[in-house]
Design a protein around this ligand. Sequence first.
Ligand SMILES: Nc1ncnc2c1ncn2[C@@H]1O[C@H](COP(=O)(O)OP(=O)(O)OP(=O)(O)O)[C@@H](O)[C@H]1O
Length: 304
Amino acid sequence: MMQSAITVSGLRKVYGDFVAVDDLDLRIESGEVFAFLGPNGAGKTTTIDILTGAQRRTSGSVSVLGQDPQHDEREWRARIGVVPQGTASYADLTVREVIDHFSAFYPDPFPTGQLIDMVGLGAKTTTLTNKLSGGQRRRLDVAVGVVGRPRLVFLDEPTTGLDPEARREAWDLVRLLTHEGVTTVLTTHYLDEAQELAQRAGIIVHGRMLHVGTLDELARMTGRRYRVSYALDPLVEVPSDLAERLGSEPHRCEYTTDEPTALLRLLLDAAKRQGIAEIPGLQVSQPSLEQIYLNMVEQTKDHR
Ligand SMILES: Nc1ncnc2c1ncn2[C@@H]1O[C@H](COP(=O)(O)OP(=O)(O)OP(=O)(O)O)[C@@H](O)[C@H]1O
């Protein structure tokens, strides 16, 4: 049986009496792209730091590429790539010099020129890094993180601060790594990024894993209900087992339902009986994954 890239069980990290990571269980398979989603301060970076050996855990067990990251062996470290949050400063070195510098730490690094092209900095090879734009610097961070041809890459908010085009290029780079069989763990605030790149995601809030699953499962598990609305007083009494009315604004009805067709039929029949040919403002919509995620995070506030 293939070994999981990462296995975490009962992971806990406490700062003083503040619990940053609370009893976290997780398994990430080899070759998978896994996204940590969660609001600011949820514990994503702390978890990644523990997985990469940058921080010690308070308790629980962790195995990354078959080893405990706290042992931090050189050969193990060479198989792991880390792109931390924020942009590093490389003083007055050129792009090529930075990559050459870091590649010297690894037994089998990417050739510098190839890597620079991979991250889309081909035109900036001899540019001083302090003359790069924010997005270009982020690409350099990614290059530094993967220079050692890692088998497992951690990307902490890889595209924060990038413009839409640079984000897409960063996504292409992740896809390239995935194509090479690299396991990727990323944290992001962007659901579209998780949807684009990841097979599975875990939602962390207040240090707890709310849910782990495929992006589809995530969308389904919250009961992806339809919304039907129109700009009139109620046309008809709607049975509660068919739909639930939200709010009580005059001249506006909004329902959630799992049976939008049946609800529409009821509404259209009622409108026809009343001689209304067009129901004003009639809309049928499904909440986006973004909305579902925000609802989940919102709900946890009630349980604190
Ligand atoms: N060294 C530390 N000492 C005390 N508290 C800390 C320390 N590092 C992190 N924390 C706290 O732990 C919590 C989790 O922080 P963490 O950086 O893991 O969150 P995050 O999910 O990565 O957030 P963001 O999306 O903002 O990067 C936060 O409340 C943070 O203030």
